[in-house]
Ligand binder design. Structure first.
Ligand SMILES: Nc1ncnc2c1ncn2[C@@H]1O[C@H](COP(=O)(O)OP(=O)(O)O)[C@@H](O)[C@H]1O
Ligand SMILES: Nc1ccn([C@H]2C[C@H](O)[C@@H](COP(=O)(O)OP(=O)(O)O)O2)c(=O)n1
Ligand SMILES: [Mg+2]
Length: 240
């Protein structure tokens, strides 16, 4: 199902390990394909194809909070698309100003840029289990991901939360975000309905959607999330 990606990322990176760096370059993409001969794999390469979870829901629906609990319990690597974009702004990169203005307007950053940031983090990770939080936020995001990665997610979580609850939570979030103000939130909610709900419906039709009631305490909500992942028996999987 997975294929090697050669066209989008021209990134070079060093693997964290000091051993066998060359063999680890592009390890992520090599393990995405079933065509790599067994003998080319090293113990530093993942033995498994990536297990990808998309985490969807409106602003303030609790995506990030629940992702932290999934990470604790199931050892996923958490990639928040919004966080990667905020990091890009903070690094004063060439795209930083455009990203900042897009986020302030409550709009969606061009898909290729967000996917490039996600892809880079996946390449740097030793893990094979990924939570991709806040992505895809539009059909364009979704289609671009599928085209670039040549694959679909294994699981899609959707935190369903009423607008008034989301607004309340975002206004109390207190993380100094430029988009956590009432004007931007109103715009984001419109964008969520117009662009993100079609993605939710797409995965519902495909039978991949796990709809979670996003109202309640963090633990009450996590009680619905846990069985989604325990059904995959990750703890029994042995990595080589
Ligand atoms: N179940 C909950 N009940 C009340 N507040 C919550 C709950 N889950 C998260 N929060 C708080 O709401 C805010 C938004 O949560 P967050 O996880 O950042 O949502 P998202 O990533 O979907 O925008 C945060 O301040 C968080 O601490
Ligand atoms: N796939 C994405 C994800 C986020 N963004 C931008 C636009 C979003 O309003 C901001 C913030 O996203 P983030 O997921 O951090 O926001 P919430 O956690 O839902 O409040 O980033 C994007 O353009 N494309
Ligand atoms: Mg978040």
């Amino acid at each position: 199902m997975w294929r090697r990606v050669t066209s989008v990322s021209h990134l070079t990176f060093a693997h964290k390990s000091t051993v066998n760096k060359n063999a680890c370059t592009f390890k992520c993409w090599e393990s995405f394909t079933t065509e790599i001969p067994r003998k080319e794999k090293t113990t530093y390469q993942r033995a498994k194809t990536p297990f990808i979870t998309f985490v969807l829901g409106g602003p303030g629906s609790g995506k990030g909070t629940q992702c932290m609990k999934i990470v604790e319990n199931f050892g996923f690597t958490h990639l928040s698309a919004g966080e990667l974009l905020r990091r890009e702004i903070a690094s004063n990169s060439a795209d930083g100003i455009m990203i900042l203005n897009t986020i302030k307007e409550g709009k969606i950053v061009p898909s290729e840029l967000t996917i490039k940031l996600i892809q880079k983090e996946m390449e740097l990770s030793d893990n094979y289990k990924f939570l991709i939080d806040g992505f895809p936020r539009s059909e364009d995001n979704r289609k671009a991901f599928e085209q670039i990665f040549g694959a679909e997610p294994d699981v899609v979580l959707f935190f369903d939360c009423p607008e008034d609850e989301m607004v309340k939570r975002v206004l109390n979030r207190n993380q100094g975000r430029v988009d956590d103000n009432i004007d931007t939130i109103k715009k984001r909610l419109k964008v969520f309905t117009a662009l993100n709900l079609p993605v939710v419906n797409h995965y519902l039709e495909k039978g991949k959607l796990y709809k979670i009631n996003g109202v309640g305490t963090v633990d009450e909500i996590y009680k619905q999330v846990h069985p989604v992942f325990s059904s995959f028996h990750f703890e029994k999987q042995v990595r080589v």
